[in-house]
Design a protein around this ligand. Structure first.
Ligand SMILES: Nc1ncnc2c1ncn2[C@@H]1O[C@H](COP(=O)(O)OP(=O)(O)O)[C@@H](O)[C@H]1O
Ligand SMILES: [Mg+2]
Length: 501
């Protein structure tokens, strides 16, 4: 669906400043819909011509009442004759009220307000609600509707939306969270039941209505600052040990004079407590990874010391291999300690793994060239450690077995070891490819008894539910291919997370 800005640019003659003004309006008009328990629709003429059709630029439904519109009509164009009250408001540049008859028995009450920027009426805002009928209105309803009317006048005079309003990352309070209406002296004239509860939690035990906003514990400067800056002010106040309340103060003006304000309040204590817990948990997990890495390095050093005292070559090689495997795991913990998340980009782990093996190659019979291609995407931490060991074994095998013996070309060209990563929708494919001497003739993976391939098979097949195969490469050399189904590559935490993050 087209955004408001796109609609304005492609379907109307509105300029950039007008578009920005309408964006400010739709950034805060959910409040107006809630205050009037009604749908709000924003129209602008397609062109400057007198009889120009009207484009519906935006629509917001109330969270405090039921909508009249199930369908989304934004972007549709209407002839003026089909929207006579809108046309009247545009032509006469004043607030128009009236009712229209739809269907057999439905009356809809309309209030149409010019949206003014400077001297121009750039659009109109229509409030559409069921005709209230004979049901008596509650005090709350009357108050909210009267506040809407004050905002409507401000809209008509170009005093709303506010200029330079702060934009916030987090959801600001809505009418349903709690609403206080204060007069220009800062005395509370009305408080919704939810607002009263919030004020009680803030430690205000006297009657809320009649009290001064300054005494409520909400920042005493809030109101003065909103009046002075002529824009809304958001504050977060902590009371006592942890009660946390967000307040959004929207000043009301009448031809430039401040006449009062509404203050939306929301108790965010639980949210903030959870934020703090999450932050400290993340830091703890990172710290643990860091310590695991340090411990692994200590173990490696101990083994290396031990190896130096061994006289048997076989024993020394065996300990050396263990040192290398531990090194692979410590690379993963190093990456996890640095990541802000519990998941890491596996490609960024393969690169240091390759480096670890590369550095272990001593006096090669032939120089080797290593390469990492493709992208494995983000993998959960548990999978990463296992897969890191697997990939290290396969690279090590290429180094150990592919380029041995008489195999050295006359031109001295380097041997090639490539790790190619391919994340497909259903599977992650990791190929470790070399252009060496190839597998022994009688090689059969199911009979392989070496520790390396045994580890690889167990990890891939049992722990990761995947498959592993070794085959001859296209020309020569060997391709070791690991395939892990995507179902095994999602973290159990994923469900709890925001899918858009
Ligand atoms: N890339 C490769 N090129 C040639 N031979 C290989 C390759 N990878 C594995 N092999 C063969 O598979 C055998 C088993 O490997 P592995 O289980 O890792 O044990 P190890 O590496 O200790 O010999 C190797 O000894 C070697 O003969
Ligand atoms: Mg091996």
């Amino acid at each position: 669906m087209a955004t408001l800005a796109e609609l304005c640019r492609t379907r109307t003659g509105l300029g950039e400043d007008d578009v920005a003004h309408l964006q400010d309006l739709t950034g805060s008009w959910a409040l107006l819909a809630d205050l009037s328990f009604a749908d709000l629709l924003l129209y602008a003429p397609e062109t400057d011509e007198l009889e120009s059709p009207l484009v519906l630029l935006g629509h917001v439904r109330p969270t405090t009442g039921t909508t009249l519109y199930r369908a989304d009509l934004v972007g549709q164009v209407f002839r003026r004759s089909r929207r006579p009250l809108i046309a009247e408001c545009l032509d006469e540049k004043r607030i128009v009220e009236g009712s229209i008859h739809v269907g057999v028995d439905r009356d809809i009450a309309l209030k149409v307000v010019p949206v003014r920027r400077g001297d121009e009426t750039i659009a109109v805002l229509a409030r559409e609600r069921h005709r209230p009928g004979d049901r008596p209105m509650s005090e709350q309803e009357r108050t909210y509707l009267s506040v809407f009317d004050r905002f409507a006048l401000m809209l008509d005079r170009g005093e709303f939306p506010y200029r330079d309003e702060e934009r916030f990352r987090h959801r600001t309070p809505r009418v349903g969270d709690g609403l206080l209406l204060v007069d220009r002296e800062g005395r509370i004239e009305f408080a919704s039941p939810n607002a009263v509860s919030v004020m009680h939690r803030m430690g205000m035990h006297r009657a809320v209505v009649g009290a001064r906003l300054d005494d409520s514990g909400l920042g005493p400067e809030t109101l003065r600052s909103a009046f002075a800056k002529r824009t809304s002010v958001i504050e977060e106040v902590v009371r006592g040990t942890e009660t946390t309340v967000v307040s959004h103060c929207l000043p009301l003006f009448d031809e430039g004079r401040a006449t009062g304000a509404i203050v939306l309040v929301r108790d965010v204590t639980d949210l903030r407590r959870r934020d703090r817990l999450l932050v400290s948990k993340d830091a703890t997990i990172r710290e643990v990874h860091h310590r695991v890495k340090n411990n692994l390095q200590t173990i490696s050093s101990l083994l290396r010391l031990q190896a130096r005292r061994l006289t048997s070559d076989e024993a020394r090689a065996a300990v050396g291999e263990s040192v290398r495997r531990i090194g692979a795991i410590s690379v993963v913990h190093e990456a996890l300690a640095q990541s802000a998340d519990h998941d890491v980009s596996f490609t960024e782990i393969v690169k240091p793994l390759v480096r670890v093996v590369e550095e272990s190659v001593s006096m090669p019979e032939r120089p080797l060239h290593f390469e990492v291609t493709g992208d494995a995407g983000i993998l959960p931490a548990q999978v990463t450690t296992t897969l890191a060991v697997v990939v290290t074994e396969l690279i090590q095998n290429a180094v150990d077995h592919a380029f041995v013996g008489s195999f050295a070309p006359e031109d001295g060209s380097p041997g090639r070891v490539e790790v190619s990563l391919d994340r497909r929708p259903d599977v992650l494919v990791i190929d470790v490819v070399d252009d060496g001497i190839g597998l022994p003739d009688d090689f059969d993976l199911s009979d392989a008894t070496g520790l390396g391939l045994t580890l690889v098979r167990t990890f891939v097949e049992v722990e990761l539910g995947g498959t592993i195969s070794l085959r001859q490469g296209d020309d020569d050399g060997t391709v070791a291919e690991v395939r892990i189904p995507s179902s095994r590559l999602v973290s159990p935490l994923d469900d709890a997370r925001d899918p858009r993050a």
